[in-house]
Unconditional design. Structure first.
Length: 583
C-alpha cells in the first residue's frame, strides 16, 4: 500500500480523464452485450421462417450501428485510460530523475548505472501497463463479466449456475500463482538491471576492449549475466505456462457444459435456438473477463514489483542535505577553515584507517592553498568536502566562519567553481560544455575564458570550432583537451572560491605553465585551493600542505618546504630533474 501512494497523486489529478475513460469502457461493454440479443432475435425469426429480407437488413444495420458506437467509445477509453497511464509514467520518470539528483554522491558510489536505467525504463513500463491495460482488464472482468452472467441468468438460471462451476477454481488458482509471480517478477527485474549495466559498461569501454583483444572474454561475461536473466525468465515462464493454460481449460470446460446441457434444453424446447446461440455468445464474452483475471494478476504483480523497487529509491534520503534552519550564504568572501576534520567513506575505515585525520587548515579570503601528496593520500577527498559532496564525520569545515553544514547547499555551491580530477563532458558541443553554468553568456565572454585555459587555438583549428560535437563523455577530445574545457567552464563562473583538483595533469609542461599563469591571474580577489601532482604548479601558493595517509605531514611556503627537506623537497627535486631531462 505504501508503494501505491507513488501513483495516487497522478490518479487524483487525472480523475476526470479516468472517469470518462471508465464510462466509455462500460458503454463499450454494454454495447457488446447487445449484439447477442440482436442475433437471438434473428435466429428465432429464422427458425420459424417468419423473417423477410427487410427484417434481416434491419438486424444487420442494428449490428452495424452498435459496431460503430463500439468503435467510437473504444477510441474514447483508449485515449483516456491509456493516455492516463502514459502521463503517470511521465510523472514518475520526472520525479525519479529529480529525486536521484537530490541524493548524495555516496549513493551513486554503491548503485550501478544499469540498475538506475532499469528503473527508468523497464520498471516504469510495467507500472504503465498495470495502470493502463490493467485497469481496462479489471473493469472488463467486473462489468462485462457481471453483465454477461446477468444476461445468461435471464435466459436460464440453472444453465448459468452449471456454467459458473469452474469460476472458483479460477479464483483460487489466481491467488495461488500471484504470490509466486510477484517474487519472480522482482528477481527478473533485478537480473535485468545487472544485464543492462553489463552491456552499458562494455559499450562504454569498447575501445579498451578492442585494444586488449578482450572481445571474446567480455562477450562471455555478458553471456553469463544474460543466462542468469534468461533463467529467471524461464522460472517465471513456468509459472505463467501453468497459469494461463489453467485459465483456458476452465473457460473451455464451461463451453463444453453449455454445449451439452444447453443443446439438450434446445432439443426439448426449454429454450429457443436463439437463446442457445445468445447464451453461447455471452459465454464467449465471459471468456475474456475470466482470462482477464489472469492477465490482471500478471500485470498487477509486475507493476507492484516495479513500484516496490521505485519505492526503495524514494525512501532513500540524501546524506548531505539542508538542515531545517539553514542560513543563507549570499556572496561569500572566501575564507575556508578545516577544524580537526576526520573523514571515512561509509562505515569502513579501510586498512590504513580514516581517509582524512585531524586536518587543521586556515585559508584567508583571497588566499591560495596548494595540496600535495602521493596517490591515495586524501587530496581529492579533502577538496570534495568543501562543496559538501560529502559531509565530515568529525570536526567541521567553515566558510567565512560559518560551519558549511549550517548553510544552504545550493548557495554554498554557487560560490564555488570546481574542476574535478576527472573532467566530465556532456555529449553536446564544446560551446555547450563551457557555458554549462552560464548558458546565456555571449561569445565575447566565452573566448577569454577559453584563451586562459589554453583552449581557444585548439578549438578554432576544428572545422566547426566551438560548435564541434564532442560525443559521449567528450570522446573525440584528448584527456588534456577535456581538462581544458573543464577549466574554461570554471573560469566562466564568477565565484569567489576556485577549487582545482590536479588541473594540469594531462597537459604538457609548456601548456601547464600557461594555465598556471592564467590561474594566478584569475586568483586575484579569489580564494584558490588547488591539488596537484606537478609541484611546480604550486610554487606561487601562499601555503602548501603535504598529505600522507590522510594526515598533514608538512606545511609552509614553497621555500620553507624546500628548506625542510621532506617529501615536498624530494619530490620537487626529482620532478625538476625529469623536466630538465625531457626539455
Amino acid at each position: 500500500m505504501k508503494a501505491l501512494r507513488l501513483i495516487k497523486p497522478y490518479l487524483v489529478e487525472l480523475r476526470l480523464f479516468i472517469a470518462i475513460g471508465l464510462l466509455s469502457l462500460m458503454i463499450v461493454d454494454f454495447l457488446q452485450l447487445m449484439i447477442p440479443r440482436i442475433i437471438k432475435q434473428a435466429v428465432d425469426d429464422l427458425s420459424v421462417f417468419t423473417v423477410g429480407w427487410r427484417t434481416l437488413l434491419i438486424y444487420g444495420f442494428e449490428i452495424l450501428l452498435v459496431g460503430i458506437l463500439i468503435g467510437c467509445f473504444r477510441y474514447g477509453w483508449r485515449r483516456c485510460l491509456i493516455g492516463t497511464s502514459r502521463r503517470v509514467e511521465e510523472g514518475l520518470r520526472n520525479r525519479l530523475f529529480s529525486h536521484l539528483q537530490t541524493l548524495s554522491p555516496g549513493y551513486f558510489d554503491t548503485v550501478t548505472t544499469g540498475d538506475l536505467m532499469a528503473h527508468a525504463t523497464n520498471d516504469l513500463m510495467n507500472i504503465r501497463m498495470a495502470i493502463g491495460m490493467g485497469l481496462v482488464a479489471l473493469t472488463d472482468a467486473i462489468v462485462l463479466g457481471s453483465a454477461a452472467v446477468g444476461f445468461m441468468a435471464y435466459i436460464d438460471v440453472r444453465l448459468t449456475i452449471f456454467t459458473l462451476i469452474p469460476a472458483p477454481f479460477v479464483i483460487v488458482g489466481a491467488r495461488f500463482f500471484s504470490k509466486r509471480m510477484h517474487r519472480l517478477y522482482g528477481r527478473v527485474q533485478g537480473d535485468f538491471s545487472d544485464l543492462t549495466e553489463a552491456v552499458r559498461e562494455r559499450f562504454a569501454g569498447i575501445r579498451l576492449i578492442k585494444a586488449h583483444r578482450r572481445e571474446s572474454l567480455e562477450t562471455e561475461k555478458v553471456a553469463e549475466v544474460s543466462r542468469r536473466y534468461i533463467t529467471s525468465n524461464l522460472a517465471l515462464a513456468k509459472i505463467l505456462g501453468a497459469f494461463f493454460p489453467m485459465m483456458i481449460f476452465f473457460t473451455n470446460l464451461s463451453s463444453a457444459v453449455v454445449l451439452y446441457l444447453g443443446g439438450k434444453q434446445t432439443i426439448t424446447a426449454d429454450i429457443t435456438p436463439g437463446d442457445f446461440v445468445a447464451f453461447m455468445s455471452y459465454l464467449s464474452l465471459l471468456t475474456w473477463p475470466m482470462m482477464a483475471m489472469g492477465w490482471v494478476s500478471n500485470l498487477i504483480q509486475r507493476g507492484k514489483a516495479s513500484l516496490d523497487r521505485l519505492q526503495r529509491i524514494f525512501d532513500t534520503y540524501p546524506d548531505v542535505a539542508d538542515i531545517p534552519d539553514a542560513r543563507s550564504v549570499g556572496r561569500a568572501r572566501g575564507g575556508i577553515e578545516f577544524r580537526n576534520v576526520s573523514f571515512t567513506y561509509g562505515r569502513a575505515s579501510g586498512p590504513n584507517g580514516p581517509v582524512l585525520s585531524e586536518i587543521d587548515i586556515h585559508v584567508k579570503p583571497g588566499g591560495i592553498l596548494g595540496i600535495v601528496g602521493p596517490p591515495g593520500s586524501g587530496k581529492t577527498t579533502l577538496l570534495s568536502l568543501i562543496p559538501r559532496l560529502y559531509d565530515v564525520k568529525e570536526g567541521g569545515v567553515f566558510l567565512d566562519g560559518h560551519d558549511i553544514r549550517s548553510l544552504k547547499i545550493g548557495e554554498l555551491r554557487s560560490n564555488i567553481a570546481f574542476v574535478p580530477q576527472e573532467p566530465f563532458l556532456f555529449a553536446g558541443t564544446i560551446r555547450d560544455n563551457i557555458l554549462l553554468n552560464n548558458p546565456n553568456s555571449a561569445v565575447s565572454e566565452l573566448v577569454p575564458a577559453a584563451r586562459e585555459a589554453c583552449l581557444h587555438d585548439t578549438v578554432t583549428s576544428f572545422p566547426k570550432g566551438y560548435d564541434t560535437v564532442v560525443g559521449e563523455k567528450g570522446i573525440i577530445l584528448s584527456g588534456g583537451q577535456k581538462q581544458r574545457v573543464a577549466l574554461a567552464r570554471a573560469f566562466m563562473k564568477e565565484a569567489p572560491l576556485l577549487i582545482l583538483d590536479d588541473p594540469i595533469s594531462q597537459v604538457d609542461t609548456q601548456t601547464g605553465e600557461a594555465i598556471i599563469q592564467a590561474i594566478r591571474s584569475r586568483s586575484r580577489g579569489k580564494t584558490v585551493i588547488m591539488a596537484s601532482h606537478r609541484l611546480s604548479a604550486l610554487t606561487f601558493a601562499d601555503r602548501i600542505i603535504s598529505l600522507k595517509n590522510g594526515r598533514i605531514v608538512e606545511s609552509g611556503t614553497h621555500e620553507e618546504l624546500i628548506a625542510a627537506g621532506g617529501y615536498y623537497a624530494d619530490t620537487y627535486g626529482m620532478q625538476e630533474i625529469e623536466e630538465a631531462f625531457n626539455a
